[in-house]
Ligand binder design. Structure first.
Ligand SMILES: [Zn+2]
Length: 99
């Protein structure tokens, strides 16, 4: 916090936490497309908008996800922030003001 560059979407602290959780939960991960074992974490969360079966609500519920990209083939993987145990970091008002 405070040490963020203006053009960064996620704090270094938050990115480190995501990487740490992914290392714990998927220590020997390989790209499912090309077998590469080198990934980068995207600086920003993806936000899936959730909808009911037959209606679409603007500003409704959403599912925030961390994104990793294979450095060889560009395969994109998504990890639900809640299942990484980091939902409280997303709800932190100090972090959301940085968008
Ligand atoms: Zn790949």
């Amino acid at each position: 916090m405070g040490e963020n560059k203006d053009n960064e979407f996620l704090s270094q602290q938050f990115k480190d936490r995501i990487i740490q959780r992914l290392d714990e939960k998927a220590p020997n991960v390989r790209c499912p497309m090309c077998g590469n074992n080198n990934f980068i974490l995207v600086d920003g969360l993806a936000k899936h908008t959730l909808q009911r079966k037959n209606s679409y609500e603007i500003g409704g519920r959403s599912l925030p996800c961390a994104l990793t990209v294979c450095t060889n083939c560009g395969f994109l993987a998504e990890h639900a922030i809640g299942l990484l145990g980091l939902m409280k970091d997303v709800d932190d008002p100090n972090d959301s003001q940085k968008e």
